[in-house]
Design a protein around this ligand. Structure first.
Ligand SMILES: [Zn+2]
Length: 179
């Protein structure tokens, strides 16, 4: 028995009723970038089914160089594989979703940040930059950052949203636009 045991049982039930689908563009034509917080699961909060959307998650849901690289590759892949299927004017929309009560918010405190830097080996400046103390501010900054990335395909639009842990409601704070 490990902590995975009950999840493996659930997977058995899942596999018993499973039907595989072909590789295709995500049905919702959306790529979601959000926090790894287990209270912010896109499948639950957006009612996603298998094949609906690509989800990229990291601490805070920040637009890091790794996220930008992933999106550039996804756009390339979509253009190569699905050019006859996806709309000519756009491949997909990237929805950047930050949330209230984010655990990275503690990093705004200098003492906490210093301890975190010692424990993780990450530079304090990097931890400070990663903090989501005010999701409305950081999501706007990250949308602009992604739109300004040279590797972002002109066929990819970007929008910004804040998810409220207290209400379960998503608020769009930056409307979708192309670079
Ligand atoms: Zn978070």
């Amino acid at each position: 028995m490990t902590k995975m045991s009950p999840l493996l049982e659930r997977n058995e039930q899942f596999a018993a009723a499973y039907t595989p689908g072909p590789l295709g563009p995500p049905a919702a034509q959306v790529v979601i970038v959000t926090c790894l917080d287990h209270r912010v699961d896109p499948a639950s909060i957006f009612g996603l089914q298998l094949g609906d959307a690509v989800v990229i998650r990291n601490t805070g849901g920040r637009v890091t160089p790794a996220v930008i690289d992933d999106i550039a590759y996804l756009a390339f892949l979509a253009g190569q594989l699905f050019s006859g299927v996806v709309a000519a004017e756009g491949l997909f929309e990237v929805a950047v979703v930050h949330h209230t009560q984010c655990g990275t918010g503690f990093l705004a405190d200098p003492g906490f940040r210093q301890q975190a830097a010692e424990a993780t080996g990450q530079p304090e400046a990097a931890l400070e930059a990663a903090a989501v103390a005010d999701p409305y501010t950081t999501v706007k900054a990250d949308v602009e950052h992604l739109l300004a990335a040279p590797s972002l395909s002109p066929k990819v639009s970007v929008s910004g949203h804040v998810y409220d842990i207290a209400t379960g409601r998503l608020t769009t704070t930056v409307d979708a636009r192309y670079p």
